[in-house]
Design a protein around this ligand. Structure first.
Ligand code: GRF
Length: 218
């Protein structure tokens, strides 16, 4: 049985999507821990309700970022993770943390990278006038929002969209995309060649990810 550790900062809806998919689709894996750094993060309560082991490492108790990350790494490592999923984890990780888990560390970013790295992606997408937007799951490297891309989901940008409506459409796509990518990782199916990530033994069941654009336009 493979172990997944999920790191969150807030709401935790992607964490919930991963945990549910793992159970419902009977992956040979479990969410071994959900770790948060804000004691009041709603996602931690949601994780407890799902019966998942929760660990809180309050960043307020750790003024030095590097030392916080050393302790975080220790707690993550305690679960012998095969995948570490950043799911709305809003702290920048130290290079030492990233190096330690490189190859097992995934993030989801709410844009079609390399477009719109950083914050406020939905607002920036609307302002830029793009016609499609979406989400990206990528391997985490020391270069922020710039690791090798594992998978992307595309959604249309509609003329009447505002930031909230576009964010909601992207989030729905994230909840399909991220579990799929985590599953590929724990199944050992991601093959990294430089910046390119290939999926071993791909089948139609792996497809799902370009769909929302066409479906939502109808
Ligand atoms: C998501 O939009 C994710 O792409 C971004 O932060 C948000 C987290 O949402 N990194 P949630 O906490 O998973 O609900």
């Amino acid at each position: 049985m493979k172990n997944i550790v999920v790191l969150i900062s807030g709401r935790g809806s992607n964490m919930i999507a991963i945990a549910r998919a793992c159970r419902e689709q009977r992956w040979d894996a479990r969410v071994a821990a959900v770790i948060g750094h804000r004691p009041d993060a709603p996602g931690l309560e949601a994780a407890r309700r799902l019966g998942l082991p929760v660990d809180v490492l309050d960043h307020g108790d750790w003024p030095e970022r590097d030392r916080f990350d050393v302790e975080l790494a220790r707690r993550v490592e305690a679960h012998a993770p095969d995948a570490v999923a950043l799911a709305g984890y809003m702290r920048i990780l130290s290079p030492a943390f990233v190096r330690r888990f490189e190859g097992r560390l995934l993030n989801i970013h709410p844009s079609l990278l390399p477009a719109f790295p950083g914050l406020h992606t939905h607002r920036r997408a609307i302002e830029a006038g793009v016609k499609v937007h979406g989400a990206t799951v990528h391997l985490v490297t020391e270069d922020l929002d710039n690791g090798p891309i594992v998978a992307q989901a595309v959604v249309p940008v509609r003329p009447d969209d505002d930031e909230a409506s576009l964010a909601a459409r992207v989030l729905e796509a994230e909840h399909r995309l991220y579990p799929q990518a985590v599953r590929w990782m724990v199944e050992g199916r991601l093959q990294v060649e430089g910046r390119r990530v290939c999926l071993r033994a791909a089948s139609p069941a792996d497809q799902p990810l370009l769909m929302p654009a066409a479906a939502a336009l109808r």
